[in-house]
Design a protein around this ligand. Structure first.
Ligand code: ASP
Length: 412
């Protein structure tokens, strides 16, 4: 049986077991099972895969940049990638806003719910994120997993290796061998994926149960519907018309990464699998994937943008705040920036939502309403977040190949 099938079966089993545990066990009994069985298994998988993120990104990007001695080519790929990421986010926001207006999820008497005891977080300023991409201390950047800083540093090292040629051949070999070892490790860790996925889902669903899902049904439906449209219509369409590939081939090849994103709720933890699926199943050359995918995992979050759009409209409806055209444009602008600045870890999107709500004067306390179901929605939006990165990589590969570019790692 293929790994994808195993993970999908594990996800379904996790869902069934989670719902049953919630329905038949007392809260205490569930907490015990969660604490001693489910959470440890989930955490072992999460930690094992997260362990590979920084070294994998670093070595594969050094290798990618070193073999792409042509700065112009990187500039072109970089420019296109940024353009693609910045363009698909407002599209996602438009879809989110449209669906939220269509379904009107926030009109039912939700205000009675208990909002006490919730302290909204302050969202970090966006300018700071932009300046911070230059690492003042690369070791610190690597140690704390600052992805944008790592990307900048690895690119520079890679270029240095390419420029110095023969003199630094040892370093190039080192990067290549280290990268091979990391890829091998990803394969090993992925053997744990079905168990990890099962435990993570059972734990999340078991804690929440059916009732919580029911009361927020319309809100969740709006988000999931918008995510589906983004996934199938926008990404499927881009892959088909622009990448000249079958969407079915695309989704099938990328399924392992989507399933892992769904279970971990973290684009960054999924990165090793995202890169593996894109390179092995979608034919994206390492020189492209090593740049586009870590960058995308960090800044391109269309799924998160959709959640922020739907949540904002939803809360505007709950609080009866009128939103005119100016407010909608403000939402699109701030949510684009907010999704850029969202960390690729579980639950980060809801923190950045504060920034969007603030921009149109919706009370931040409203976040308490949607917090409970956010864990589940986080899974779905993370899967969409990384699919956008893969779609970009497929299109860029096609464009570069059309230009007659060859991608040979041994070239350097
Ligand atoms: N969990 C999401 C991700 O890693 C971010 C979010 O919370 O929206 O892509």
């Amino acid at each position: 049986m293929s790994l994808t099938k195993k993970i999908i079966i594990a996800l379904i089993a996790g869902l069934v077991v989670g719902l049953s545990l919630n329905a038949f066990l007392s809260e205490d009994a569930f907490s015990n099972i969660d604490y001693y069985v489910l959470s440890p298994i989930g955490d072992i998988f999460l930690r094992a895969i997260s362990m590979l993120v920084v070294p994998l990104v670093f070595f594969s990007l050094v290798l990618g940049a070193a073999s792409m001695s042509d700065v112009k080519k990187l500039g072109r790929i970089g420019g296109f990638t940024m353009g693609f990421y910045l363009l698909t986010t407002p599209i996602a926001l438009g879809i989110g806003i449209g669906v939220a207006y269509l379904l009107q999820p926030g009109t039912e008497g939700l205000m009675q719910q208990d909002m006490e005891g919730y302290e909204p977080n302050e969202a970090p300023p966006v300018m700071e994120t932009l300046i911070n991409i230059i690492p003042s201390n690369p070791v610190e950047a690597l140690a704390s997993g600052e992805m944008l800083q790592i990307i900048v540093f690895a690119l520079l090292i890679g270029f240095g290796i390419a420029m110095l040629g023969e003199k630094t051949k040892g370093l190039l070999d080192l990067a290549r061998q280290a990268n091979d070892v990391m890829i091998w490790l990803v394969k090993i860790v992925m053997l744990l994926a079905p168990f990890g996925a099962f435990a993570l889902i059972a734990s999340a669903i078991g804690e929440l149960g059916w009732n919580a899902l029911e009361s927020m049904f319309m809100y969740m439906l709006a988000i999931v519907l918008a995510l589906f449209i983004q996934m199938l219509v926008v990404y499927g369409g881009i892959v088909f018309f622009w990448g000249k590939k079958s969407p079915l081939w695309f989704f099938k090849g990328f399924m392992p990464a989507m399933a892992v994103a769904f279970s971990t709720s973290s684009s960054s933890a999924t990165l090793p699998v995202t890169m593996k699926s894109a390179e092995e199943n979608l034919g994206v050359p390492k020189q492209i994937s090593s740049f586009t995918l870590p960058l995308g995992a960090t800044i391109n979050m269309d799924g998160t943008a959709i959640m922020q759009a739907v949540a904002t409209i939803f809360l505007a409806q709950v609080y009866a705040v009128d939103l005119g055209a100016t407010e909608l444009l403000t939402i699109i602008l701030t949510a684009t920036l907010a999704s850029l600045g969202t960390a690729s870890v579980p639950g980060a999107g809801i923190i950045m939502l504060a920034m969007v709500l603030q921009s149109v004067g919706i009370p931040l306390d409203g976040i308490a309403l949607i917090l409970a179901v956010d864990r589940i929605l986080d899974m779905t939006r993370t899967a969409v977040n990384i699919t956008g990165d893969a779609a970009a990589s497929v299109v860029i590969t096609k464009m570069e190949k059309n230009r007659g570019e060859t991608f040979d790692e041994e070239k350097a």
